[in-house]
Ligand binder design. Structure first.
Ligand SMILES: [Zn+2]
Length: 385
C-alpha cells in the first residue's frame, strides 16, 4: 500500500507540471481554461482572473458541463499544487489530452504579486436569504448577483414608494435611492408602510432608510432630502438603472420624463386615484413616453391630488408592488415589461385591464422631429418657465 507521499510522487510523475510563469503564459493563449479546484470558501477569498471554479470533489461529474472538447488546454490550480496534481491525473484519465497542474498553487501565485481578484459570489448568508430566488432558473445566482449590483431610484417615499422600496430592498437590489422632502405625518401611516408611529415628525428619507436597512443590510440606501427640480434632476438620476416614479403631480412627471429620456433611463410609472390604479413602463425611445401618453395635463380641478381625493390604503400597496415587479423584470431582462401597455386596476370590480399605448411620432419629447430636450421647471399648469 502506498503512503500519501508515494502516491503524490507517482501522480506527479504521470502528469505535466508548470510553474506560475508558465501558467501566466498559458493564460494568454485563446481558448485555454484556467481551472480552480479549491473549495468554495477558498475560491471566494480570491482567484485567478477568469478561472473556472469546480471544487475537486465535483470535478469528475462537472467537468463536461464546462469543458466539452477534450483537446482544450487546461491549467489546473489549487492552493499549493497537491490537489491540482491529482485533479490533472483524473482529467487525463477522463481523456483530456492537454492538462497541466500549476506548481505552488494560488499561494505562490499570490506571493509573487501576480494578478488575482475576489470573484463576485454570494456569501453563505446571501445564499440562504435569496434561496427562493436562486431556485428560479430565470433568476439564479447570476440574476441575484445582478440585482445586488443594480441601482433603482424611487421618486417619493410615500404610498407607492413604500411597498416598492420594501420589495426592492427585500429582493436584494443593491442600491436603492429615495428622494422625498416631506416629514412623516400621522395621516401618512394609513398607506405609507415604510414609516411608523415613532417616526412621526421625522424626515421621510431617514425613516425609509431605517426601515430598509433593518430589512436588508445588503442594501445601500441613498437618500435625497430635496425637492426634485430642473436644477438637480440630471445629477440625481445619473447612474441609476431604473426609476420608479411614485410622484403625484403632473409638473414633476413631465420633468422626470424629459430627464429620463435624456439619460435613457426607463421609468416605471404608477398612479392611484380613490379605488383605481395604473402602472406602465416608459422605456426611452423603445416605447411611448409620458408625453406620448398624456400630451397635456388635465385641468387642475380634474386632477385632484391624493390629499384632496382620498385613497383606500391598500391600493398604493398593490400598484407600488407592481412597480417593484416591473423594475426587477427590467433589471433582469425578464418576461414582457409594461412597455407600451397601461395596466389599469379597479379595486371595486377587482379587475385588471391592459390598454395599448402607442408612441406618438409627433411627440415633442421623443418623436422623430422632436427638438433638443430642455430640462425646464414646470408650474401647476405645466408651462415651462
Ligand atoms: Zn414621447
Amino acid at each position: 500500500m502506498a503512503s500519501f507521499r508515494e502516491l503524490l510522487a507517482r501522480t506527479k510523475a504521470e502528469i505535466r507540471e508548470v510553474d506560475t510563469a508558465g501558467a501566466a503564459e498559458a493564460m494568454t493563449r485563446p481558448g485555454m481554461v484556467m481551472l480552480d479546484v479549491r473549495e468554495p470558501d477558498e475560491y471566494e477569498q480570491g482567484a485567478l482572473p477568469g478561472a473556472v471554479h469546480i471544487p475537486r470533489g465535483h470535478l469528475e461529474s462537472k467537468i463536461e458541463t464546462h469543458v466539452l472538447d477534450r483537446a482544450t488546454p487546461i491549467t489546473i490550480y489549487c492552493a499549493s499544487g497537491v490537489r491540482s496534481a491529482f485533479a490533472a491525473k483524473t482529467l487525463q484519465e477522463l481523456g483530456y489530452t492537454d492538462v497541466a497542474s500549476m506548481a505552488g498553487g494560488f499561494n505562490r501565485w499570490k506571493d509573487e504579486g501576480r494578478a488575482w481578484s475576489a470573484p463576485q459570489t454570494l456569501s453563505g448568508e446571501q445564499r440562504n436569504r435569496y434561496h427562493r430566488h436562486l431556485l428560479l432558473p430565470e433568476v439564479g445566482e447570476k440574476g441575484q448577483q445582478k440585482l445586488l449590483e443594480s441601482k433603482v431610484l424611487l421618486l417619493g417615499a410615500g404610498g407607492l414608494g413604500s411597498p416598492a422600496a420594501l420589495y426592492l430592498a427585500a429582493a436584494g437590489v443593491g442600491t436603492v435611492g429615495i428622494i422625498d422632502m416631506d416629514v412623516v405625518d400621522e395621516s401618512n401611516l394609513q398607506r405609507q408602510i415604510l414609516h411608523n408611529v415613532d417616526r412621526v415628525g421625522e424626515r421621510k428619507v431617514d425613516s425609509a432608510k431605517k426601515t430598509l436597512t433593518a430589512l436588508n443590510p445588503d442594501v445601500n440606501v441613498v437618500t435625497y432630502d430635496v425637492r426634485l427640480g430642473a436644477d438637480n434632476i440630471l445629477d440625481i438620476i445619473d447612474g441609476y438603472d431604473v426609476i420608479v416614479d411614485g410622484t403625484d403631480n403632473f409638473p414633476t412627471r413631465y420633468l422626470v420624463n424629459d430627464a429620463s429620456l435624456l439619460k435613457r433611463i426607463p421609468v416605471v410609472h404608477g398612479s392611484i386615484f380613490r379605488f383605481e390604479g395604473q402602472a406602465t413602463v416608459f422605456a426611452p425611445y423603445e416605447g411611448p413616453c409620458y408625453r406620448c401618453m398624456i400630451p397635456e395635463p388635465p385641468p387642475a380641478e380634474m386632477a385632484p391630488s391624493c390629499a384632496e381625493a382620498g385613497v383606500l390604503g391598500v391600493l398604493p400597496g398593490i400598484v407600488g408592488s407592481i412597480q417593484a415587479m416591473e423594475a426587477i423584470k427590467l433589471l433582469l431582462d425578464l418576461g414582457d415589461p409594461l412597455i407600451g401597455r397601461l395596466l389599469a386596476y379597479d379595486a371595486m370590480e377587482e379587475s385588471f385591464r391592459t390598454f395599448k399605448v402607442n408612441r406618438d411620432p409627433e411627440c415633442p419629447a421623443c418623436g422623430e422631429n422632436a427638438g433638443e430636450i430642455v430640462i425646464a421647471e414646470y408650474d401647476d399648469l405645466c408651462m415651462p418657465h
